[in-house]
Ligand binder design. Sequence first.
Ligand SMILES: Nc1ncnc2c1ncn2[C@@H]1O[C@H](COP(=O)(O)OP(=O)(O)OP(=O)(O)O)[C@@H](O)[C@H]1O
Ligand code: SF4
Ligand SMILES: [Mg+2]
Length: 360
Amino acid sequence: MNQSSESTTKSVFEGEDTIIKVRDLHTYFYTDLGISRALNGVNLEIPRGKVMGVVGESGCGKSVTALSIMRMVAKPGKIVQGDITFFRKDKKKNDAIEEINLTKLEGMGPEMRSIRGAQMSMIFQEPMTSLNPSYTIGDQIMEAIILHQNVDKVEAERRAVEILDGVGMANPSLIVKRYPHELSGGMRQRAMISLALSCTPAVLFADEPTTALDVTTEAQILDLMRDLQKRIDMSIVFITHNLGVVAQMCDYVTVMYLGRVVEQATIDDTFYNPMHPYTSSLLRSIPHVGSHQKDRLKPIRGVVPDPYSKVKGCPFHPRCDKAMRGLCDVKVPGLTVVGKSHTVRCFLHSDVEEESTYVQ
Ligand SMILES: Nc1ncnc2c1ncn2[C@@H]1O[C@H](COP(=O)(O)OP(=O)(O)OP(=O)(O)O)[C@@H](O)[C@H]1O
Ligand code: SF4
Ligand SMILES: [Mg+2]
């Protein structure tokens, strides 16, 4: 661990401070069918105290990116290359920044477990992934509080009730005594969010957290997350297929394709000045806030190549209407800064190229 200089936390997002920087991350799954290359050189920055949306078609590596940063990739998966730097702010030391390379820590070791509980949390689409059916909601939230906040049981229960109240749960002092199966889907989702927030994490990964909910509950949960994010100055990485939710929730957007980041930009640039042909196609293919009925949706032609095969050249070239023969099918574009708070990986905007992005 090092004390970091100001320059290392300086973000490509203008005026922001970086909390997590991912460089050249490769995560592979070694299966009976062969090597599933889920992440092939992910480069991204997560700004401190902001909401960043992560979008892309199914299988592009959104969940594996979050799980890799949390060091929760299970066998047969493995991080085979790359660095994940966490710039931890120590409130007790005048907000000094400590630089921790998470890839150097044991995923299940004590240091990573402590970071996962106290600094980073994750909420999933399915609440039962996080909630234990055998314990009451109160016991689960209190256990997390006692483990990381050095308080006694009475104080932990008081805080658990306070957190449940904060996520809009009716009758929180009764809910702490209930088991997960005694709650509705929306209540379970709120309980899981409470569990994830019980340690006031610096970074929250929310992986499709509202997809399974009805629209009214979804709207309430989104409001709540935005509100909490502002109150405790947390960074949220919001993974979703829903561009309407992205428009409503996010400050920045990361677009992924075939295990790589192809564009990172502000919310406005993503919607009004997308530079990667994949981002433009994605915007045309999915309904979102602000689209008019006369704007016809246009599916992206072709399919995402399977992760067991290697694609030569730009990974998007077989589906790209702007592909340049002899260039895009041969060389790999590098991720380049193309404007204020805007990076893109495409030969239309830069001639920077990369070596093959696959690890053998
Ligand atoms: N346990 C595993 N074994 C083999 N391949 C896996 C495993 N888990 C993920 N993958 C592969 O890694 C790639 C990325 O998966 P990931 O779950 O990150 O996609 P995603 O972008 O989250 O998709 P979705 O939108 O459907 O949730 C996919 O091709 C997937 O098949
Ligand atoms: S590099 Fe070429 S193929 Fe890839 S997105 Fe840009 S134009 Fe399309
Ligand atoms: Mg996923």
